[in-house]
Design a protein around this ligand. Structure first.
Ligand code: NAD
Length: 247
């Protein structure tokens, strides 16, 4: 067993459990591209800050929908949770994880069985009309987009938007709840995030101690108690195994 995984497990025991913050990296092993991985990240094609912003939705809603459909919605709808998502659900069941705070909009934590999930950037299960606020099932909206209705509109004429937090949107109340949970539980594990998107990147500073699990280094690694470089789908099942054998 990797020494760093043992150190991480011992921290989890010391704090009697942890909060987990996940980013797009936890879902790459499910086939959903992240933003910043070299070569495969969406950033290599087009700046997502521009494509997935409030300004983009207002100025060219058809292009916004095409980008969302091809790069996030279609990959997410056909994806399945991977061993990393299942490992976090198992750790929650066993009492080692108090909750998962995710920047992801792919719903894979819920689909893996996690119960306490803070979706601080929203999700693509529902959408709403920007004018009248009418709620919509977002899969049905995307079916209309696929059939060429670009952008999909509400019966009042307003453009429908997904219930995701776009660049330039304010943060939802869930963000404050996530912050409070980190302060309360004190230990945080960050998985698969470059920590370059604000304000999510400030969350580790609310923990007494935090650990990092990422494929590549991040700017915050030197503040982490433990920094593990590896694939989430390989390391997290090892952590489960260790904690189950050494409770
Ligand atoms: P990011 O792309 O900036 O960083 C991802 C990090 O994960 C990288 O540092 C990469 O090295 C690492 N990584 C990649 N594969 C990994 C693996 N198998 N195991 C461990 N680490 C791995 O992502 P971010 O920090 O989450 O910020 C991007 C923003 O884009 C977030 O707001 C997120 O909501 C959004 N986004 C979401 C999805 C999704 O819902 N799945 C996908 C793309 C982008």
């Amino acid at each position: 067993m990797n020494d760093l995984i043992v150190r991480l497990a011992e921290k989890v025991k010391k704090y009697k459990g942890m909060m987990v913050l996940t980013g797009a990296g936890i879902s790459t092993e499910s086939g959903i591209p992240d933003f910043r991985s070299p070569e495969t990240g969406l950033w290599t094609k087009i700046d997502p800050m521009k494509a997935l912003s409030v300004t983009a939705l207002r100025s060219d809603p058809a292009a916004f929908y095409r980008y969302l459909l091809n790069n996030l919605f279609e990959p997410a709808i056909s994806a399945k949770p991977n061993p990393a998502h299942y490992a976090l659900a198992r750790l929650e069941e066993k009492g080692w994880v108090h909750g998962v705070i995710t920047q992801n909009i792919d719903s894979l934590h819920y689909r893996a069985g996690s119960k306490t999930v803070y979706e601080i950037h929203g999700h693509m299960r529902t959408g709403h009309c920007q004018y009248c606020g009418r709620k919509e099932d977002f899969a049905a909206v995307m079916e209309r987009a696929k059939r060429g209705e670009l952008p999909p509109r509400c019966r009042c004429g307003g453009v429908i938007r997904p219930d995701v937090v776009l660049f330039e949107d304010p943060m939802p109340g869930t963000f404050q709840d996530a912050l409070a949970a980190i302060s309360f539980h004190r230990f945080l594990l960050v998985v698969g995030s470059s920590l370059e998107v604000a304000p999510a990147c400030y969350l580790p500073s609310y923990a007494e101690e935090f650990a990092m699990l990422n494929k590549t280094p991040t700017a915050l690694d030197h503040h982490a108690t433990v920094a593990i470089y590896g694939k989430a789908g390989e390391v997290l099942p090892e952590l489960v195994k260790y904690l189950e054998n050494n409770p």
